[in-house]
Design a protein around this ligand. Structure first.
Ligand code: ZN
Length: 159
């Protein structure tokens, strides 16, 4: 790493975390190394997808008011995305773009499909928590799959 890059990493401030209206002040920088320079193509894709979900899906899920994605890196695990426990009706999802790229390379998946799947999966966990349900990987995955590939909302919280 050259000096300039190192200096940039050491001194650049993380982007200011803002989540207007959220009843919690969770900031990704509390728990993780924030990705200060996330891949802008991915960021734009995520923004577009979140907006689409806010129009088409969120109004059909009573518990969720809004949602927001933050970008982290170097977690030391192969985790690609997570839901922040306790953010509930105003969920925060964190995405590790580099881990996602690595995973899709290894699994031969399309990165945009995987990003959609990650967001929907983590949204499933937010809905679980809002409804006092334990986190269940299969349930979150089923919810994500059904919406992404079948366009159906698996209303597991009503069962
Ligand atoms: Zn999960």
């Amino acid at each position: 790493m050259n000096w300039y890059k190192k200096a940039q990493q050491e001194f650049e401030e993380p982007p200011k975390w803002e989540y207007p209206g959220a009843p919690h002040d969770f900031d990704p920088a509390w728990e993780h190394e924030v990705n200060l320079n996330p891949d802008q193509e991915i960021v734009q894709f995520v923004d577009g997808y979140i907006n689409k979900l806010k129009k088409e899906l969120i109004p059909q899920i009573e518990d969720i008011e809004d949602m927001k994605v933050g970008y982290i890196q170097n977690t030391g695990t192969d985790m690609i995305a997570k839901y922040i426990n306790g953010t509930r009706n105003w969920p925060v999802f964190l995405i590790d773009i580099e881990s996602t790229k690595k995973a899709v390379r290894e699994l031969g998946l399309n990165i945009y499909d995987q990003i959609e799947m990650s967001i929907l999966h983590e949204l499933g966990h937010a809905i679980e928590e809002c409804n006092g349900l334990p986190f269940d990987e299969n349930r979150a995955e089923q919810f994500a799959f059904n919406y992404q590939f079948l366009g159906e909302i698996e209303r597991f919280w009503e069962q």
